[in-house]
Design a protein around this ligand. Structure first.
Ligand code: NAP
Length: 280
């Protein structure tokens, strides 16, 4: 397995080799079997995908729902680039989408421009089972605190990149991550999953590149929550790649830094994505 950078015009290897057994190494012995099955499931799916590519069959979204029933109901907090990109892809993928912003008039405008999204009220229980925090890291924990118990039972997706103003480091405490800090602020009964932080909004908005699904790395402690996030990701025409439990979010946030370094020093634009090429 090789960590790679895909551009819309081709692929160039980054050269960080990940052995299969590295994926399953972890401190909790009881989770090793689960991690192994997860890794095997991902590899099987990728092989199936490769076979489909070779046979010329284009990838199609997996339809989990009965006709007319949304795949997921999603509330997106934030009205910026990532919120619009995610909402647009989510609507196209057959999900129910609610837009929530601190400025109600702007939220209505954004929802109207998207077409098909409803508008929620800030601070009130979001309608979606999945709640995406599409706000800067600096605001994320406060936003979660503002909703408090209204987030009970929700799967909270943290997409933030907690990057320092000079783009050289992370602002989160050593040994922690944005997702873990957000989880501390989240109510009991909610589950935080890290996802989407390694996809630029322009790439997300554009969807599958040349019929190939782009990878969305996820991390989280709750298997059911990760399954729900994975189904949502599939509905967007993207490939979920489970990286392990929530502390892996720090690694994903470092990957956000990696992307900034690539923009500054080699790729020179944001029309690329990080992905995994499974070679055998
Ligand atoms: N842009 C990317 O390509 C990209 C890629 C991966 C991850 N991310 C992450 O995604 C998140 C959003 O990025 P973005 O590019 O979409 O940012 P953005 O365009 O600046 O939008 C941020 C949104 O957050 C809202 N917001 C800020 N503080 C808030 C608060 N306290 N309560 C409610 N809403 C608040 C803003 O509201 P107003 O509209 O009222 O100002 C704005 O709508 C960030 O954490 C970023 O690190 C971004």
């Amino acid at each position: 397995m090789t960590f790679s950078i895909g551009t819309r015009w081709g692929r160039s290897e980054l050269g960080i080799g990940i052995r299969h057994r590295d994926l399953v190494a972890g401190p909790e012995p009881e989770s090793a079997h689960h991690e192994l099955s997860q890794a095997r499931r991902v590899i099987r799916r990728h092989r199936r995908h490769n076979r489909q590519q070779r046979s010329g069959r284009a990838w199609r979204p997996i339809q989990h729902q009965k006709a007319g029933t949304p795949i997921s109901s999603v509330s997106i907090i934030g009205l910026g680039n990532m919120a619009s990109a995610l909402a647009g892809r989510a609507l196209a993928g057959g999900n129910a989408v609610e837009i929530i912003g601190r400025d109600p008039a702007k939220a209505k405008e954004v929802a109207a421009a998207l077409g098909g999204a409803t508008v929620g009220t800030a601070g009130i229980a979001p309608a979606g089972d999945i709640v995406v925090l599409a706000v800067p890291y600096a605001s994320a924990a406060a936003v979660v605190g503002e909703y408090g118990d209204a987030l009970h039972g929700k799967v909270i997706i943290d997409i933030t990149n907690p990057v320092s103003p000079d783009f050289k480091g992370l602002v989160t405490p050593d040994g922690s991550s944005a997702a873990q800090e957000i989880a501390k602020a989240a109510p009991a009964g909610s589950h935080v999953v890290k996802a989407f932080n390694t996809l630029y909004s322009n790439v997300l908005a554009a969807g599958p590149a040349d019929g190939r699904r782009l990878d969305v790395f996820i991390a989280g402690d709750d298997a059911q929550a990760k399954r729900r996030v994975s189904a949502f990701i599939e509905s967007l025409g993207l490939r979920p790649m489970d990286t392990g439990q929530l502390p892996m979010a720090r690694t994903l946030e470092n990957a956000g830094l990696l992307m900034l370094g690539l923009v500054a020093h080699s790729v020179k634009h944001t029309n690329f994505s990080l992905g995994v090429s499974i070679l055998s």
